[in-house]
Design a protein around this ligand. Structure first.
Ligand code: NAP
Length: 499
């Protein structure tokens, strides 16, 4: 069973213990990162396991391996010796593990560790990318049978992440820790049990003076509460969301909360991928059951579908993948999510008589335009790239223009409702406003599909002018409920969870 390890990166032993106490209920093991301690504190490490009251890993990470230790190798070995010296009969007072990099070969240290049953983690870090043969690398680390091999790599592309999953599969017999660092690799930390990793390393991200021990670490609370790490097994069904850069998404929270309420043995994981092709290969290899598709892949995912709903066919955009015996089936739940949300907000059954401006012509705009047409509204499509605006508008006989002065002028005939569908203004682009040429009159109903931040600059301007405004959260929840129905072929369980 994979264990949760909290990396302690405080400057003092006292602060490490304080933070450990705060997170204790979520973690099984602590890693004392001696390289983060103030120099004077490093002399006090020997008593740490006894004070910590749980198994502790002794780690002194060098700068070249992504750590903070800049002293010489002699000094580092001296510190290791200090940590492993004066071993006590009560093993709980000794370090349970020591992390020794593959190139550090000091027989006296290894002997001291083995004599008192401190397990050696034989580690290898590649901060520049991955190794061509990661499985071979992992096996080569094991000098003696009782060591745990650790390989931590920094993926440069999603294909690298995929290679790590492959390496995990071919080393099922090896006791190991295998992970990808960075934003792209967070899923390898969540799925440690699936990968057969001994530990998932986490960070006390809420503490300002506690930097993450390595890029991409997530908080132990999120691992336990959001991703239900404790209940994951190699049999747990996997779901996820793919997008790029996929920095923010509320979908994991939505689906994992439902799974928890229903006691469904499933987990929903983010897969930030720079390539839809690489992701689709991985999705098949790890048997993903269902996938949400977000920016920028709603259109480019279509060639990978074996079957699609009539909506995907007509919209040319897909945000939901369901695994079927023939491969992948695609659906689009954005369309219904959008119209349900906006119609509810304006208290109408359709858009008859409404003249509407759609800002943007990407995947989300396709769903918005189709729904406005289906529900009898008239629209103007404005987009940065004018050609895309025209292509979206013409099948519906909507008007179109570029996002410029002329477009802003044309809006005067289409301003009952304004729907913003571009990614401009989405966190972290907080200053972005695709419609800064337009001054709101205060009579428009304004919807922004973005929900992070809650109020984009665009939506704040509309609100300040007196408009009724709606952000994309309600749409997100509604489309996710439809997505749930696609994944599980049953209604969303409203009585079990209220989201
Ligand atoms: P997409 O297919 O990549 O399309 C992006 C659109 O944004 C294109 O029209 C693009 O114009 C435009 N754009 C990007 N940056 C811009 C800028 N700086 N200024 C002006 N226009 C810009 O993305 P998508 O899938 O349609 O998603 C778009 C947004 O909708 C995202 O923020 C997404 O989170 C949100 N969304 C929300 C929900 C929800 O449930 N609330 C559902 C779906 C989408 P060009 O054609 O000129 O490149």
């Amino acid at each position: 069973m994979a264990k949760i390890c909290l990396c302690l990166t405080g400057k003092t032993i006292a602060r490490d213990l304080e933070v450990l106490d705060k997170y204790r209920k979520y973690v099984d093991v602590a890693e004392l990162r001696v390289d983060f301690l103030d120099p004077d504190e490093r002399f006090l490490i020997r008593r740490f396991p006894e004070l910590a009251g749980l198994p502790v890993i002794l780690t002194i990470r060098r700068h070249m391996d992504g750590g903070n230790f800049v002293g010489g190798e002699g000094a580092r070995i001296g510190l290791f010796s200090k940590g492993l010296a004066f071993a006590e009969a009560d093993r709980r007072h000794n370090f349970a593990y020591v992390d020794l990099e593959e190139d550090i070969k000091v027989p006296s240290l290894e002997e001291a560790a083995r004599t008192f049953r401190t397990r050696i983690i034989r580690s290898y870090h590649n901060l520049q990318g991955i190794d061509a043969d990661m499985a071979g690398k992992l096996r080569s680390l094991l000098h003696v049978g009782d060591e745990i091999a650790k390989v931590a790599v920094m993926p440069q592309t999603f294909e690298d992440v995929r290679a790590l999953y492959q390496a995990a599969r071919s080393t099922a017999d090896v006791e190991k820790i295998l992970l990808c660092m960075g934003h792209m690799g967070a899923n390898t930390r969540i799925l440690a049990e699936y990968l057969g990793s001994h530990f998932s390393y986490t960070a006390a991200l809420g503490e300002e003076d506690f930097p993450a021990g390595a890029p991409g670490q997530i908080s132990p609370r999120d691992l336990v509460k959001l991703y239900r790490f404790r209940s994951l097994t190699p049999q747990t069904k996997l779901y996820g969301i793919v997008g790029w850069p996929l920095k923010v998404s509320s979908s994991p929270e939505f689906f994992n909360t439902v799974f928890d309420s229903e006691r469904t043995d499933a987990v929903y994981v983010p897969f930030p991928s720079d390539s839809i092709g690489s992701f689709m290969n991985l999705a098949e290899e790890i048997n993903l059951q269902g996938v949400s598709v977000t920016v920028p892949y709603k259109e480019t995912v279509i060639p990978y579908l074996n079957s699609k709903t009539a909506e995907v066919e007509s919209l040319g955009a897909c945000n939901t993948l369901i695994t079927v015996p023939q491969g992948w089936s695609g659906a689009n739940t954005d369309a219904r999510g959008f119209s349900d949300s906006l119609l509810d907000f304006i208290g109408k059954k359709d858009f008859k008589g409404k003249r509407i401006t759609i800002i943007g012509a990407g995947g989300a705009a396709k769903a918005v335009a189709a729904e406005i047409f289906r529900l009898r509204g008239k629209a103007l499509v404005l987009n940065r790239t004018q050609l895309r605006a025209r292509e979206l508008a013409s099948p519906y006989r909507f008007a179109s223009a570029a996002l410029d002065d002329r477009g802003a002028e044309m809006m005067n005939g289409y301003n009952d409702i304004i729907v913003q569908t571009t990614s401009a203004g989405m966190d972290p682009d907080l200053e972005g406003d695709p419609l800064d040429l337009y001054s709101f009159k205060g009579t428009e109903v304004v919807m922004d599909l973005i929900y992070k931040p809650e109020r984009t600059r665009f939506l704040s301007r509309a609100e300040a002018a007196g408009c009724r405004v709606l952000n994309g959260r309600d749409m997100l929840i509604r489309q996710a409920k439809y997505q749930y129905s696609c994944f599980f072929r049953r209604e969303y369980p409203t009585r079990i969870v209220s989201q």
